[in-house]
Design a protein around this ligand. Structure first.
Ligand SMILES: Cc1cc2nc3c(=O)[nH]c(=O)nc-3n(C[C@H](O)[C@H](O)[C@H](O)COP(=O)(O)O)c2cc1C
Length: 254
């Protein structure tokens, strides 16, 4: 093993060096994205999957009952849910909202490499058997990638209460593609877009009376049993758990 010799630095110097290393500079941000290396779908690259079972879903017939203002006034993060399931149409609307928000904010088709994909761990979604699904917005379909139960999801999360969420929506992406396309700035974009997608899904679901919490999401060690996710070519970036709470308690659960 090669010895690494470092010059002793003060805490302040080290912090200044770290901050300079992660600084977004204009050159990095303005550099145009590079084109894709190949056209293979990143989620499944190199992986042999059985033909995915696809479930097609519509949107809710009724308009949402809560306006965005009301949602913002009432909202707070919740991570302990009732056992009630979530309607597939409501989930689909929330996911479509995430995809639409992303397309509004980052419309350029050349931003292919930092676009988050949406993967759903559905344990109690009416109309979906328990499993991990990839959501395809243009066709409003869910492709089953793996069957999972509550115990399997519990292996995939650090905070076990999230395994009791009816559904977890995870934004996944490829750090490898992001950095290939946009340099260091690509990683920032991937995280920004994943965060924006998860919050858009949470707000849309909240207009239907659901609630939830954004969180760090799936552990790489758990997720890679079910989906190709080596943390570099494909990585889970951010997630949101969705469900219902009986009522907002006076004292939030800790
Ligand atoms: C980037 C980010 C990561 C988070 N990660 C977690 C997490 O791993 N576990 C968790 O329970 N909550 C997580 N949260 C949720 C926060 O704990 C929650 O939003 C915060 O307590 C604020 O509460 P509020 O949303 O009710 O205002 C995360 C929030 C953000 C913005």
């Amino acid at each position: 093993m090669r010895a690494v010799v470092t010059t002793p630095r003060s805490g302040g110097q080290l912090l200044a060096e770290l901050m300079s290393a992660v600084r977004t500079d204009n050159e990095d941000v303005r550099r145009p994205p590079r084109p894709a290396r190949d056209g293979a779908p990143r989620l499944l690259r190199g992986r042999k999957l059985p033909a995915p079972v696809r479930v097609r879903a519509g949107h809710p017939a009724e308009p949402a009952s809560l306006g965005l203002d009301e949602v913002l006034e009432r909202r707070r993060s919740e991570r302990f849910f009732t056992g009630e399931g979530v309607d597939l149409e409501v989930l689909t609307e929330a996911l479509a909202s995430a995809v639409d928000a992303d397309a509004d904010l980052w419309p350029a088709p050349e931003e292919w490499a930092t676009r988050p994909l949406l993967v759903v761990a559905a344990l109690r979604v009416r109309g979906l058997s328990p499993g991990i699904y990839r959501f395809d917005a243009p066709t409003s379909t869910y492709a089953l990638l793996a069957e999972v139960d509550r115990d399997a999801v519990a292996q995939m999360v650090l905070q076990v209460e999230y395994a009791d969420a009816p559904v977890i929506v995870a934004a996944v992406g490829s750090p490898a593609d992001a950095v290939h396309s946009r340099g260091d700035h690509g990683l920032r974009l991937l995280h920004l877009r994943a965060g924006s997608a998860c919050y858009a899904a949470l707000l849309a679901a909240s207009r239907r009376g659901l609630t939830g919490s954004v969180f760090a999401g799936f552990l790489p060690s758990g997720l890679r049993h079910h989906v190709v996710a080596d943390g570099y070519h494909l990585s889970q970036v951010f997630a949101v758990a969705l469900g219902r709470v009986a009522a907002y308690p006076e004292t939030p659960p800790v």
